[in-house]
Structures are given as structure tokens and as C-alpha cells.
Design a protein around this ligand. Structure first.
Ligand SMILES: Cc1cc2nc3c(=O)[nH]c(=O)nc-3n(C[C@H](O)[C@H](O)[C@H](O)COP(=O)(O)OP(=O)(O)OC[C@H]3O[C@@H](n4cnc5c(N)ncnc54)[C@H](O)[C@@H]3O)c2cc1C
Length: 449
């Protein structure tokens, strides 16, 4: 039994690191657990928008491989290997600015860099310790005043108070950790969301539609069975510039940052230019409305291979990887002493599939909530503080979900709207800096009429 940490964080991706960084700088002792040693691969195109770079507490310039000043939005014809796919006329909109729109990094290096910054962030007695674990075995909450299990003693100088116990498996064997707060930052496939759902939902399974609507705040943590309906899914691969033909078959330049809405319903294909290669991918992000299961199923290796052939003229892809993206989190209501952040809380942006920004902002929100509560505050106070800190992000995501529904229902209509300079600048501003709400409402009205 270890009781020397103030906060336990499961997952050392952008969300976990953002939380750990702020907590350690404020003097808290943080234990950061991950099932991987770093650097580790993670499926992600790692486009870092202006708002993401702004949200980070430190510069990531050393690992930026390219900076893009232009986005190419397309609906390119004859993209796909899927026989039933739409084959619209080719449409293209180029949106340019003087200020960079998006910085390109390789995810493995980005995460490793952020973890190093985080491990060095301690101040005022605060610290971050990283530990690799094999898995999480169990999660319990110990209410204040409850007797400790037989054989366990209250550590000297510490009062018994509400706390979380986490059983983990390490290379040395099983261990139990006890802390006042646990942050679940273990991504879309992580265990903390499932364990927290069991702890606080008393086994109740929540239908995806109820979660999306946030209809029953008492049962607000998504159930594991809802993953397929609620989450997005994306596949990616990399192609070295050296392997590309002299002229790309679909007309893109090798360094174009391309979003192409033709290959599938409810999502897009992309080309993200890096230092020595292109990251190519396909992903479905459309919000759950009964049809998203179809969109997820269309994200296949065959689709990605067809798309790579069409866009880059390459017939094979060496490493195809993919992952779910946690979505639907605009309706997440924090409960108890387990605060979910990033993909674990379903906070990926539904219009673009961008998740690093939300991961960082929610990690920082969880840290702010913890720091705003005195030691030993009841769990409800902590959860309410986190709900308050998270609200601006959730409101933005709820808007974005409406925008995604409107856009993906008929991308052609969205493209028509982009002929107007106002719409182009809004799209660009939204992607790069976040959604300016009043302008978005106007734009949504245009898009849906
Ligand atoms: C193909 C693809 C492309 C994408 N492209 C972009 C993009 O260009 N820009 C963008 O902003 N977003 C992109 N995203 C989304 C983005 O990757 C995620 O939203 C983001 O990584 C979420 O960060 P996180 O910290 O919440 O989770 P993660 O980054 O997934 O980190 C979770 C961490 O938890 C660890 N973990 C998992 N389970 C356990 C466990 N049981 N115990 C201990 N540790 C555990 C993992 O090893 C990992 O280190 C993309 C996603 C995909 C799948």
C-alpha cells in the first residue's frame, strides 16, 4: 500500500501530462501511470492547431516538422475502393493565411517531449513520478470514516478521508495505491472509464442516445457497451516522400494539408505533410444518430488502400494502424473522485476529429478543479468543481456536434457555403483557434437552410 501521492493519473498522453504538469507546478505529488514505456507509437496524425499550441504550457518547437499556412478542403472524385461510395464531382477550396494554421509533428515524438517537460515540472515541493504498469485490476472508493480493510493501517500523520483505491499489476507484482483523487486519462480504449462507470453507475447500462442528450445526469458515465455507437474511428499510415511518384495522381502537392470529404460518410480522408513523409488516413467522426455505426464500419484497410492509391499513387502501405476516438463527452457529468479527461471522457471534437486540444484543456481543467478544493473536501464538491471547469469546452463541443450533424448530412451543401469568404474564414478560424460562438450560430443557420 502506497499513500504518498496526492493525485494518481492513469495515462501519460496529452491529457494526463497536461493535468500532471499543472498539479506538480502547484506543489502536488503526482504519480503518472502508463502501460507503455515512452517513446511509444500512437495512431494519430498529430496536426497541432493554433489553439492546441496556445493551450500548451511550453513551446513544442523542437519537435515541429512543418508549419502549414494553407488548408485544402476537397471532395475528390473516384476516391474509394468501396462500390457503394458516393462519387461526387471534384470540388476544392483552398484557405490560406499569413499566420500558421497547423503545425505538424510525429505523435511519438510529441508525446515523449511532453512527458519529459511534465517530469521536470515540479515546483514548491511538487513532483511527477512516472511508473509503467501492466494493467489496472480494480478501482474502489473508500468513504470517509469507513473502516479500512483488515490488516491495513492509517499512515502516520494522515487523516482517513474519502479516497480512491486502485489495484494495479506491475512487473514486480500486484500493488494497491490509495489517493484522494484519480484522473482517468487512459484514452478511448482505457480502463478507468469502464471501472468508474461500474463504481458510480451501479452497473446501470446507459443507452447511447441518453448519453448524448445528457438526459440522466445521475447515470452520466458512458457504459462500455456504448463505445461502438458513440465513438469515432480512424485508420492511418505513413508514406515517405521518396516513394511518391513525381506527380501525384489526384492533383495534390506533396506538402498540401488536405481534408477530403469524398471517401466516406460522416468523416474524411486526410493528407498531413511531415518532415520526410505524408501521414495519410481516413476517419469517421459523425455524432451518433443511428447512422454512425455505418460510418465506422466503412473505415477499413481497403478504404485506406484505395484512398492512398487514388491520392498518392501508391499500391501498398507498410504500417496501417487505427484507434477509436472518444466522443460524446459534451454530455459527460463528472462523478465522485474519478475525473475523466481527454478521450477517456469522450472529448474529441466531432466536426474535425481533433482531440489533442480537448485532451490538454480537460487535463488542465481537472487540475484547476483539484487545486480549487481544500484537502478532504467531499467528492461531490470536487466533481462539481470539475464540471464547472469543463463547461466551456463542453459547450463548444455541443455546438460542434450540431455543426457536424449539419455538415456531414450533406457535405456538398457545406462546400457550396464555402464559396462565401465569410464561411471560409469561419472554417479556418474554427479549426485553427476554436469556435467563435455567435459567428458559428449564424453559419449553422446558413448551412441548415
Ligand atoms: C488515426 C488518428 C488520427 C488522429 N489525428 C489527430 C490529429 O491530427 N490532431 C488531433 O488533435 N487529434 C488527432 N487524433 C485524436 C487524438 O489522437 C486523441 O484525441 C488524443 O490522443 C487524446 O489524448 P489522451 O491523452 O486523452 O489519450 P491518449 O493520447 O490515447 O493517451 C492515453 C494514454 O493512456 C495509456 N493507457 C491506455 N490504457 C491504459 C491502462 N489500462 N493503464 C495505463 N495506461 C493506459 C496509453 O498507453 C496512452 O499513453 C487522432 C486519432 C486517431 C486515432
Amino acid at each position: 500500500m502506497h499513500d504518498i501521492y496526492d493525485i494518481l493519473i492513469v495515462g501519460a498522453g496529452p491529457a494526463g501530462c497536461a493535468a500532471a504538469y499543472d498539479l506538480a507546478r502547484a506543489g502536488k505529488r503526482v504519480l503518472l501511470l502508463d502501460k507503455r514505456t515512452f517513446p511509444r507509437p500512437k495512431p494519430c496524425a498529430c496536426g497541432l492547431t493554433r489553439k492546441t499550441l496556445k493551450a500548451l504550457r511550453y513551446s513544442v518547437d523542437p519537435i515541429i516538422e512543418r508549419v502549414c499556412h494553407e488548408i485544402v478542403l476537397q471532395q475528390s472524385a473516384s476516391v474509394t475502393a468501396e462500390p457503394h461510395a458516393r462519387r461526387p464531382r471534384r470540388t476544392e477550396v483552398r484557405v490560406k493565411t499569413r499566420k500558421p494554421i497547423c503545425a505538424m509533428a510525429v505523435r511519438e515524438r510529441f508525446d515523449d517531449f511532453c512527458l519529459k517537460q511534465t517530469l521536470a515540472s515540479g515546483r514548491l515541493g511538487g513532483s511527477v513520478e512516472f511508473r509503467k504498469i501492466e494493467s489496472i485490476l480494480a478501482l474502489r472508493e473508500l468513504p470517509a470514516g469507513r473502516e479500512l480493510p483488515e490488516g491495513r493501517e492509517v499512515p502516520e500523520g494522515r487523516a482517513v478521508r474519502d479516497s480512491i483505491e486502485l489495484d494495479i499489476l506491475t512487473a514486480e507484482g500486484p500493488q494497491t495505491l490509495r489517493v484522494p483523487v484519480l484522473i482517468g486519462a487512459d484514452g478511448s480504449n482505457g480502463q478507468t472509464r469502464r471501472l468508474a462507470a461500474r463504481l458510480y453507475n451501479h452497473g446501470t447500462q446507459l443507452s447511447p442516445s441518453a448519453q448524448v442528450l445528457g438526459a440522466r445526469p445521475g447515470f452520466s458515465i458512458r457504459s462500455p457497451s456504448a463505445q461502438d455507437q458513440d465513438d469515432g474511428f480512424a485508420l492511418e499510415a505513413t508514406v515517405p516522400y521518396a516513394e511518391l511518384p513525381a506527380t501525384l495522381p489526384a492533383g495534390a502537392a506533396p506538402h498540401d494539408l488536405v481534408f477530403d470529404f469524398a471517401p466516406l460518410h460522416g468523416g474524411y480522408g486526410w493528407l498531413f505533410p511531415k518532415g520526410d513523409h505524408i501521414n495519410i488516413g481516413v476517419g469517421a467522426f459523425a455524432p451518433a444518430d443511428g447512422a454512425s455505426g455505418v460510418a465506422l464500419k466503412s473505415v477499413t484497410r481497403a478504404l485506406l488502400l484505395g484512398y492512398a492509391k487514388h491520392k498518392l499513387g501508391v499500391a501498398t502501405l507498410a504500417h496501417i494502424t487505427g484507434q477509436y476516438l472518444g466522443m460524446g463527452g459534451h454530455a459527460y457529468v463528472p462523478r465522485g473522485r474519478v475525473l475523466l479527461v481527454g478521450d477517456a471522457a469522450g472529448l474529441v471534437e466531432p466536426l474535425t476529429g481533433e482531440g489533442i486540444h480537448s485532451a490538454i484543456v480537460s487535463g488542465q481543467a481537472a487540475a484547476a478543479a483539484i487545486l480549487s478544493c481544500a484537502d478532504g473536501e467531499p467528492a461531490e464538491t470536487l466533481a462539481a468543481a470539475y464540471a464547472r471547469e469543463l463547461r466551456p469546452l463542453q459547450e463548444t463541443l455541443a455546438f460542434s456536434q450540431r455543426a457536424a450533424r449539419a455538415f456531414y448530412a450533406k457535405p456538398e451543401r457545406g462546400f457550396k457555403a464555402m464559396r462565401f469568404p465569410f464561411m471560409r474564414s469561419l472554417i479556418l478560424k474554427t479549426y485553427a483557434d476554436g469556435l467563435p460562438r455567435t459567428r458559428l450560430i449564424t453559419a449553422l443557420a446558413k448551412l441548415t437552410t
